[in-house]
Design a protein around this ligand. Structure first.
Ligand code: COS
Length: 381
């Protein structure tokens, strides 16, 4: 099969999984605040946990562009499903993929790719949110070990994670990101504890937790890359993660446009489908146009990254635009559905709540603007 045919076969498999398995379960997942175990098992069988893990370590080894395409399709179901695989596909594993030694990769990547182990990316702290270079979690050197003390907050999938990539300050003399290192910490290390899942506005079924470190001892060989490089690595992982989140936003937006169109064609007022009303058409046109623009920007950036370019600016632009875009699209969808959009019946209000986090996590819209502005000024235009 050609590369195009392999890609199309994968996308069709994801489309079928979304239509046949995930969409019918969305409401139950939101109500139970839990993705059923059998769905997780099916996601494993489909290879979804390993979309982006290189083939030599058991993953599907997708390019960034293909990962985005698959993510767009997957996110035509509730984004809570995507969240479950999201850390293994992205921020929880790519520190290892990009900066791990061969021994570190062999130890973990095959089991990450299969979904046997779940990963978490532990950067954010109670006092280090947008200012992520200011992490206070401390990793003190003790012979050939680090001893980690501190607290992380809002850590996705921490409740089930087996492996954490923890950004901790190894050099307290250096303020800011330069004193921070990235360290792999297995879940069962004594002193590591995970708090209860937070109650959230949306994406019920996807969970975030506090993670506490109380004298957690890990061997020095668990460090990713050099001492003091952890913040820079985290930023590079986030460059990639921001493209992935852009794809998530596009998937939800395309689904909302399709749902809005279907409803507008069926719902009759003034003796005809509301789709014939030009003010409804205007909302559909704006949503469709913005979703297309986000798709174009995201896939173009993904191709640049696949070609080896640094895409810090473009990934931040894509994340800024796509996350703001899906907020507007969700708002218009509620408007098109009217009263039915505000009730739980069609799941539109649920998606409206689900998408709010996209403007906040993996860097707020304000941080994306700051990154875009800095890079644009640096490049001179
Ligand atoms: N790729 C490579 N290196 C990067 C980088 C990137 N994308 N971004 C920053 N760096 C490097 C810088 O080049 C700089 O290196 P030098 O010290 O050698 O000059 C170093 O990292 C520090 O960068 P900077 O000075 O830009 O750090 P700031 O403290 O000003 O913070 C922002 C930069 C605000 C952009 C960063 O803290 C950020 O992205 N915050 C949001 C974090 C986030 O997304 N959190 C979400 C939770 S994770 S799910």
């Amino acid at each position: 099969m050609s590369d195009d045919a392999v890609r199309e076969a994968l996308l069709n498999t994801v489309r079928r999984f979304v239509t046949d398995r995930l969409r019918p379960l969305e409401r139950k997942v939101a109500e139970d605040n839990q993705v059923p175990e059998e769905v997780i098992a099916e996601m494993r069988e489909l290879g979804l946990f390993g979309l982006s893990i290189p083939v030599e370590y058991g993953g599907l080894g997708l390019s960034m562009e293909d990962e985005c395409l698959a993510t767009i399709e997957l996110c035509k179901a509730s984004p809570a499903f995507r969240s479950f695989i999201g850390t293994n596909v992205g921020i929880g594993s790519h520190g290892l993929v990009m900066f791990g030694t061969e021994a570190q990769k062999r130890a973990y990547l095959p089991r990450i790719a299969s979904g046997e182990i779940i990963t978490s990316f532990a950067l954010t702290e109670p006092e280090a949110g947008s200012d992520s270079g200011s992490v206070q979690t401390r990793a003190r050197r003790d012979g050939d070990h680090y001893v980690i003390d501190g607290a992380k907050r809002y850590i996705t999938n921490a409740g089930r994670a087996h492996l954490f990539t923890v950004m901790a300050r190894t050099n307290p003399e250096v303020k800011g990101g330069g004193g921070v290192s990235a360290i792999l910490v297995p879940r069962d290390t004594p002193g590591l504890s995970v708090g209860k899942p937070e109650q959230k506005m949306g994406q019920h079924g996807a969970h975030i937790h506090d993670v506490n470190f109380d004298g957690v001892r890990v061997p020095v060989e668990n460090r990713l890359g050099e001492e003091g490089q952890g913040f820079r690595m985290a930023m590079q992982v986030l460059d990639r993660g921001r493209l992935h989140i852009s794809a998530v936003c596009i998937g939800v937006a395309e689904r909302l446009v399709a749902d809005s169109v279907a409803y507008a064609l069926e719902r009759r007022q003034f003796g005809k489908p509301i789709a014939e009303q030009q003010l409804i058409q205007g909302m559909i046109a704006d949503s469709k146009t913005e979703a297309l623009a986000a798709r174009a920007l995201t896939l173009e950036t993904a191709r640049k990254r696949d070609g080896g370019e640094t895409v810090t600016l473009e990934a931040a632009s894509a994340k800024l635009y796509a996350s703001e875009m899906v907020g507007r699209v969700a708002d218009r969808a509620v408007q098109i559905f009217g009263g039915a959009g505000y009730t739980a019946d069609h799941g539109i209000e649920r998606l409206y709540r689900d998408v709010r986090i996209f403007r906040i996590y993996e860097g707020t819209s304000e941080i994306q603007r700051l990154v875009v502005a800095r890079e644009t000024l640096r490049r001179g235009g």
